[in-house]
Design a protein around this ligand. Sequence first.
Ligand SMILES: *[C@@H]1O[C@H](CO)[C@@H](O)[C@H](O)[C@H]1NC(C)=O
Ligand SMILES: *[C@@H]1O[C@H](CO)[C@@H](O)[C@H](O)[C@H]1NC(C)=O
Ligand SMILES: *[C@@H]1O[C@H](CO)[C@@H](O)[C@H](O)[C@H]1NC(C)=O
Length: 338
Amino acid sequence: SHLVSLGWLLQVALSSVVALGANIICNKIPGLAPRQRALCQSRPDAIIVIGEGAQLGINECQYQFRYGRWNCSALGERTVFGQELRVGSREAAFTYAITAAGVAHAVTTACSQGNLSQCGCDREKQGYHDYQEEGWKWGGCSADVKYGVEFSRRFVDAREIKKNARRLMNLHNNEAGRKILEERMKLECKCHGVSGSCTTKTCWITLPKFREIGYLLKERYSDAVQVEPVRASRLRQPSFLRLKEARGYQKPTDTDLVYLERSPNYCEEDTATGSTGTRGRLCNGTSTHTDSCNVMCCGRGYNTHHYTRIWQCNCKFHWCCFVKCNTCSEKSEVFTCK
Ligand SMILES: *[C@@H]1O[C@H](CO)[C@@H](O)[C@H](O)[C@H]1NC(C)=O
Ligand SMILES: *[C@@H]1O[C@H](CO)[C@@H](O)[C@H](O)[C@H]1NC(C)=O
Ligand SMILES: *[C@@H]1O[C@H](CO)[C@@H](O)[C@H](O)[C@H]1NC(C)=O
């Protein structure tokens, strides 16, 4: 389902949300689930931040998969939850986890910066509380990640309205993304004391850089586990997921990414699977990894484009006062998949 059209959202500054009124704005965003629309109407200031968070996730996804056949394309460039991947693959698992984490990250950041009306710094850690061990105390602005995570839960998870296995998969991966974010919160401290001595310290909790979350989720993607739905006896709806290869009812861990179906190979364009294919993609003639022309082009071969790079080199300073350079050039090639 199309949830939030980002290109559209970014054109809408917060000021116009205020000017036009939440009702009009929230009704215009295509594809919101009913509970998302209600949240949009009650918190119009947050909808912009949610859009930024989803974009954070998309950008990170494209960075992490820049050398892969699947390059995050089905997330789309102009829609936040754009064309979603219809196959319950490990790529879909990654996109859900990184989007949920991105929204939690952006909301938490906005809280710390005072940009959202109902949150701020983590109040539990404001002032000087219990933890006064080893000469440090809470101070500054601790990021209220609990609020960001809860907000992501309320908004991102609200799109799962169908009661099927895919819903369980999506919710699990959303939660895994947020959990990994929470686990990477950091303690940052500042020393106080004469001439830099650290007789007392003030410490606060900060968010990790989102790049770090990207790398962690990429590792989780590589280790993703296949699951299958289990229906509790009398109910028809699947009620939980269990590891497919395991004996008994072993469940995935909280931070596992889970998938239901094997991935397509993403070689050819296929709207049914959300594959854009690799025709026209750049590939690397010397790499032995997934960006090699062999792997990237799926054996179809590649086109070679020659060009010459020219630049100023061996520059020397002459007394006085000019610089003389040579012109250097280098022949280069780039390869694109047939
Ligand atoms: C918070 O608001 C300031 C000023 O309006 C803006 O520059 C900044 O990007 C906002 N931060 C977030 C996380 O939205
Ligand atoms: C991903 O691959 C598609 C298909 O080759 C291409 O059109 C698109 O520009 C790529 N996107 C990114 C972000 O590299
Ligand atoms: C191609 O791959 C090689 C080996 O992995 C790497 O050193 C080189 O920088 C890559 N070239 C490009 C254009 O990315």
